[in-house]
Design a protein around this ligand. Structure first.
Ligand code: UD1
Ligand code: CA
Length: 452
């Protein structure tokens, strides 16, 4: 499709039912805001421009609202006078646009590019308006698509304005429209607010277009795809649908999920083939997992790369900047932050690794801590290839342990360790022969005396 495209995303609604200080469209779904989902869709369709209509209370927060790396042109709707009025707020951005215009809602994040492509196909085949409709299980509250005897759409009637007969219609308006850009401004100019809400309805474009003998098409999709989020409960329903979609994609891509419903993905999670993920795993944004990785139960992972054949968990926490090499092993109760664990290295139990490099094939004993923070600054720990850190050691950064070096367990390492050396910093062990027997005898005597 070579016709240029503009998208207009309406997001001026207050979202009072969310009971939140955060604007509704900034609430998160699969690791990014609902608005970001919609903007990503517009990018996926190759829109020439993303136009976003926001409410006045969002005027000073646009940098937060529009994610870095996304280009969007913002218009403010100062008074909420309806969906047509909202679109008209962006008039200067689309007046004279010779191409398609798609209107989206910022609170409808589950829509797919495939459905929008169908809408564009209808426009390409000559429709001046393409309405995205759906069969509603319960149509209450939605605008109804009123069809004539030939099955052609005549009008969209809002619930509040509908007759009893019209209320029985279950084919509803999703709110998403495709417009022929040359026709839209003329239609918008003729919309009035003669209705139950006293608002300027975008839906009225349909009736006006029919009066002009323009071609109006209806494209349908599944109801869940156009689920609008107005409350936290609806947000949780949307999240569930989104997660189920991602789970299916991940399994289709060749990963095994033992209990899909307990594994959470983000919009950008990348997973290779023959990855095995056990139950209760949460993957925040920025996670990339290569082939043949095994993630055991109860792991929390975000902004992390995991190399081929690595094994993670159970109960591992991988925080932003963790980079786990090929065939490396991260075991239970291990936390890793902003550190690379190179190929074949093992961090198997009860360990904190922060701001560090763990060299190839190094072995980090149970209970090792990199002391990376002095209360003011973070410092780096560098552990060389094949080094061995004995259990319960504290590595006080900045510090470097050379290739092949050993650190005796229980050491507090404050100075660099040469390659292939042994560093031990704990107190030397002493021994008092027969001390325990004497200790026991003394206590037995004292006890006997007391009981006399
Ligand atoms: C709208 C449709 C209805 C459809 C339903 C689907 C109209 C008149 N009605 O009804 O046919 O079935 O969506 O969910 O279009 N908005 C603004 N500025 C405004 C008004 C709305 O930006 O002045 C935005 C809202 O933030 C929201 C969207 O437009 O994202 C829809 O507005 P809303 O008030 O929820 O419309 P509905 O009454 O649900
Ligand atoms: Ca709504």
């Amino acid at each position: 499709m070579n016709t240029p495209l503009l998208t207009i995303t309406l997001a001026a609604g207050l979202g009072t039912r969310m009971r939140s200080k955060t604007p509704k469209v900034l609430h998160m779904l699969g690791g990014r805001s609902m608005l970001e989902h919609v903007l990503a869709l517009s990018d996926e369709l190759g829109a020439r421009e993303n136009i976003v209509v926001l409410g006045p209370e969002m005027q000073n927060r646009t940098d937060r609202i529009i994610p870095a790396g996304t280009e969007a042109r913002i218009f403010i709707q100062h008074e909420r006078k309806g969906t047509a009025h909202a679109v008209l707020c962006a008039r200067e951005a689309f007046a004279g646009h010779d191409g398609d215009i798609i209107v989206l809602y910022g609170d409808t994040p589950l829509l797919t590019a495939a459905t929008l492509r169908k809408l564009r196909s209808a426009l390409a085949e000559g429709a001046d308006i393409a309405v995205l409709g759906f069969e509603a299980a319960d149509p209450t509250g939605y605008g109804r698509l009123v069809l004539n005897a030939n099955g052609h759409i005549e009008a969209i009637r809002e619930h509040k304005d509908a007759s009893e007969e019209e209320k029985a219609i279950t084919l509803c308006n999703s709110g998403v429209f495709g417009f022929n850009g040359r026709k839209l401004p003329g239609l918008l100019d003729r919309i009035d607010n003669n209705n139950a809400n006293g608002e300027f309805y975008l839906t009225d474009t349909v009736e006006l277009a029919r009066e002009d003998h323009l071609d109006v098409a209806v494209v349908t999709c599944d109801e869940f795809e156009v689920l609008g989020v107005n409350s936290r409960e609806q947000l949780s329903v949307a999240e569930k649908i989104y997660q189920d979609r991602r789970r299916r994609e991940v399994m289709d891509g060749g990963a095994t999920l033992l209990d899909p419903s307990s594994v959470y993905f983000s919009y950008d999670t990348k997973i290779g083939r023959d990855v095995l993920i056990e139950p209760h795993v949460f993957l925040g944004p920025g996670v990339e997992i290569a082939d043949n990785v095994h993630i055991r139960a109860f792991c929390h992972i975000e902004q992390t790369r995991i190399g081929e054949g690595a094994a993670i968990g159970p109960y591992a926490r991988l925080r932003p900047g963790a980079d786990i090499g090929k065939s490396a092993k991260v075991g239970n109760f291990v936390e890793i932050k902003k550190s690379s664990v190179e190929e074949g290295a093992k961090v198997s139990h009860l360990t904190y690794i922060g701001d560090a490099r763990i060299g190839k094939n190094a072995n980090i004993g149970a209970g090792t801590i990199t002391c990376n923070y002095d209360g003011f600054n973070k410092h780096f720990t560098d552990i060389g290839e094949g080094a061995f850190i004995g259990s319960n050691s504290a590595l006080v950064a900045p510090v470097k342990v050379g290739d092949g070096a050993f650190v005796g367990s229980g050491s507090v390492v404050t100075r660099n360790v040469e390659p292939d050396a042994l560093a031990v910093s704990r107190a030397r062990q002493t021994q008092k022969s027969d001390w325990a027997n004497k200790f026991r005898e003394m206590n037995a005597r004292l006890k006997a005396k007391k009981n006399k």
